[in-house]
Ligand binder design. Sequence first.
Ligand SMILES: [Zn+2]
Length: 102
Amino acid sequence: MSTAPHWVNAHQMPKPPEGFAACRVGWNPQITHLVLLDSKGSNGGRPTMCRLTRFPTRDPHTHRVLLDADLPGWSMGGGVAGPNVEQIECPACYARIGEVAP
Ligand SMILES: [Zn+2]
C-alpha cells in the first residue's frame, strides 16, 4: 500500500467523490479519509476506506471499550480549512474509490 502523502491545495479541504463522505482527522496536516455511503446516504458507522475504525469496539453487555478506535477526533464532513492548514487526501482511501464506485 502506498503511504506517500498526496499534498493538495493547502487552502481547500479535499472533496469526497459521489457516494462517499469525508472523514477529516488531525491538524497540520489535516487528512481527508473517505467513508462509503449506502443508498440512503448513511455512513453506517463504517470504517474508512483505508480500514481505520472510527468507533471503539465495546463489549456488547458491559459497553466497556475492548479496542480503541484507530482515528480519534475525526469530523464527518466538517474539518478545518485555512491558510495555515495543510490538506492531504488519504492515499489509501482515494486509491480504493474505483473498487466500489458504481
Ligand atoms: Zn484513509
